[in-house]
Write a protein that binds this ligand. Structure first.
Ligand code: HDD
Length: 674
């Protein structure tokens, strides 16, 4: 029979050096964290073992319900700095005074579960919690300025249709399936958002390179009580950049956490992501003249009509200490507004004002979710709400009701409402509403479903239009219901005949009759701000270059390239076939993970690598994904094996030429590659 001490040894290290004493949740020191309590060395485990039971009990309950939408997300701390205060528009200190306000931001995909990949075609959530001195303000937006539906009553239908199909349980994190296209094809109001979702906006290169939008029209209210309508915009300092579809597909396999890791590493290395906060403001008189309703979340206000005025900047400079405690437990509420910021009567926004509070209770399990550190305001907070599950506060005294006169008995009476508190903006009629009847209807202009879908499509470059057509073709190719495909094509015909023809051709489908619009679409003036490519910044800042090295490569060239890339604000990763010779091994570092690549190898290396599939893929994918490739003549055999043809994006290893190419993508290569 083995001795007890030998048995312990089999369980691993009993004692580590350093650190605090290990205890139970109730503070009882634990002497053995390796072995459960047994009746004899080979006997059954005892019910008495409270150390084991508490540990397993807690573990069994570690997971909480994931968010019904936006389950997959990544968060970061930072600050907002108001640089151009607007006290004439709002009394909210966060925007009316210069200075910094702490924030927590969570980016997300929408359709996939918490463990899904980062790079599907999807909308990205862009939720910001401002911890202001007047309470928390949550701007819970997306990277697309419009939404699929006009009225919150349709949200459960929309989400049911896009999530995995109810019987099959797939597809995960994908809109390319029957039920989604069935639903949207029956909801022509979704066509504008469909154009955005099928564009490159839905396959971003990095969360640091997306725009953000509050989507709805909100109100700013100044100290005199004057209201101004506002739309909020976040503009990334690194510029907008997207992947190409084939690259996004491969990234999903190469690095499931591509965006999460990219955000984490950028912040960790001190390369803090930054956005400008901008506003478009207008009054009721202006709104009345527009061919769309400013309360309709499927419509945007072209920046050419109302330029975006920058009022501040947001910097994300600290990673969460703990993913679950912060990123998972953060609870955003569109109802979190502060005095000086108010809602509009957008029926989508109005429905959201109920949904989020409700979902946090079911997700976080208690009405006291506001006490979780990431959700708690950083300003004083006092009220008479009491008790509930997981109550953390320990209020003193007996004043838990109001009004009270306990102060007259020398007791602490508790807080009182203040004149400076939030006061809802009173006027319900300034946008022409007549609140004299209760109705289940939509305002007239909500019936224009196509004008802005057309505006978006026609504002794109030819390359971007091709990407939209390709994306719709791909998605519809996964739809098994022929009548749904036909119905979508009918909508596309109203948006743009060429688009409809291209998609029908790609699917080998006949074109049906055009859909019948509820309101005839109008042709709005194209808006360059809607195109990523028309506003592309050529830059290496925040971008990553992969340099493939080999024995015959010249170290001086590697150093020169690294210096040049880093001088432009980019980063470099060295990759080699032999583990240990570089920062990463070639087979696990495909070029989809880089913005540009260089080959610093000798002719012998090139000959060998030309027969090594990951090396050939590394180069051919970089070429196919329109990236710069730096290589000199020694790499000729590898370049040839990868099918690289000379063009402006294929440079020598001259640092100046390479970094100029590496700061952009070569979209005109597309016609060659596909
Ligand atoms: Fe929503 C989460 C953005 C319409 C109901 N939504 C959620 C998140 C973002 C948005 C970014 C994730 C927040 C986080 O990171 O925790 N949602 C939007 C935008 C919308 C929108 C920009 C339209 C303009 N949402 C919308 C409607 C409803 C909801 C109309 C319901 C009527 N949204 C929810 C939700 C979620 C949510 C179910 C899931 C998790 C959560 O709230 O906290 O309540």
């Amino acid at each position: 029979m083995s001795s007890i001490s030998e048995t312990r040894g089999n369980g691993g290290e009993t004692h580590q050096t350093g650190g605090e004493a290990l205890t139970t949740n109730h503070g009882v020191p634990i002497s053995d964290n390796q072995n459960s309590l047994k009746a004899g060395a080979r006997g059954p485990t005892l019910l008495e073992d409270f150390v084991l039971r508490e540990k397993i009990f807690h573990f069994d309950h570690e997971r909480i319900p994931e968010r019904i939408v936006h389950a997959r997300g990544s968060g970061a701390h930072g600050y907002f700095e108001c640089t151009d205060p607007i006290p004439e528009l709002t009394r909210a200190g966060v925007l009316a005074n210069p200075g910094k306000t702490p924030v927590f931001v969570r980016f997300s995909t929408v359709a996939g579960g918490a463990g899904s990949v980062d790079t599907p075609r999807d909308v990205r959530g862009f939720a910001v919690k401002f911890y202001t001195q007047e309470g928390n303000w949550d701007l819970v937006g997306n990277n697309i300025p419009v939404f699929f539906i006009q009225d919150a009553i349709k949200f459960p239908d929309l989400i049911h249709s896009v999530k995995m199909e109810a019987d099959k349980g797939y597809p995960q994190a994908a809109s390319a399936h029957d039920t989604f296209w069935d639903f949207v094809s029956l909801m022509p109001e979704s066509m504008h958002m469909i154009m955005w979702a099928m564009s490159d906006r839905a396959i971003p290169r990095s969360l640091r390179m997306i725009e953000g939008f509050g989507v709805h029209t909100f109100r700013l209210v100044n100290a005199q009580g004057k209201s101004t309508f506002v739309k909020f915009h976040w503009k990334p300092k690194l510029g907008l950049q997207s992947q190409v579809w084939n690259e996004a597909v491969k990234t999903a396999g190469a690095n499931q956490d591509y965006h999460r890791q990219d955000l984490w590493e950028a912040i960790d290395s001190g390369d803090f992501p930054e956005w400008e906060l901008g506003i478009q403001t207008f009054d009721a008189e202006w709104a009345a003249k527009q061919p769309y309703d400013v309360l309709d979340a499927t419509k945007l206000i072209p920046e050419e009509d109302i330029p975006v005025r920058i009022v501040g900047r947001m910097v994300l400079d600290r990673n969460p200490d703990n993913f679950f405690a912060e990123t998972e437990q953060v609870a955003f509420l569109p109802t979190n507004v502060v005095p000086g910021i108010d809602f509009s009567d957008d029926p989508l926004l109005q429905g959201r004002l109920f949904s989020y509070m409700d979902t946090q209770k079911s997700r976080l399990g208690t009405t006291n979710f506001h006490q979780i550190p990431v959700n708690a305001p950083k300003c004083p907070m006092h009220n008479f709400q009491r008790d509930g599950m997981m109550q953390m506060a320990v209020p003193k005294g007996r004043a838990n009701y109001e009004p009270n006169s306990l102060d007259q008995a020398g007791e602490e009476p508790g807080p009182r409402a203040t004149d400076q508190g939030f006061a809802t903006y009173k006027d319900m009629t300034d946008l022409g509403n007549q609140p004299d009847e209760k109705l289940r209807v939509r305002a007239d202009l909500f019936g224009d479903h196509y004008s802005q879908a057309r505006l978006f499509y026609r504002s794109q470059t030819e390359v971007e239009q091709t990407h939209i057509a390709d994306a719709i073709t791909f998605e519809l190719s996964k739809v098994g219901l022929g009548h749904v495909i036909q119905r979508v094509l009918g909508h596309l015909r109203v948006i743009d005949e060429d688009l409809a023809e291209t998609v029908a051709e790609g699917l080998a489908e006949d074109l049906p009759a055009a859909a019948t619009p509820m309101r005839e679409p109008i042709d709005m003036a194209p808006s360059d701000a809607l195109s990523i490519m028309k506003q592309a910044k050529h830059s290496l800042k925040g971008r990553k270059v992969g340099i493939l090295i080999g024995d015959g490569g010249d170290q001086a060239k590697v150093d020169a390239l690294r210096d040049a890339v880093e001088a432009q604000g980019g980063t470099v990763m060295l990759i080699a076939k032999e583990r240990g010779k570089a920062e990463a091994q070639l087979a696990g570092s495909p070029s989809v993970l880089f913005d540009a690549v260089a080959l610093v190898i000798g002719a012998d290396d090139a000959a060998k690598l030309a027969k090594f599939k990951p090396a050939v893929d590394f180069v051919s994918d970089a070429f196919a994904h329109l990236k710069a490739i730096g290589a000199d003549d020694a790499s000729a055999k590898l370049l040839a094996a990868a099918g690289v043809q000379p063009d402006k994006g294929v440079t020598k290893l001259d640092p100046a030429a390479f970094i100029e190419a590496a700061a952009q993508r070569f979209y005109d290569r597309e016609t060659k590659v596909w």
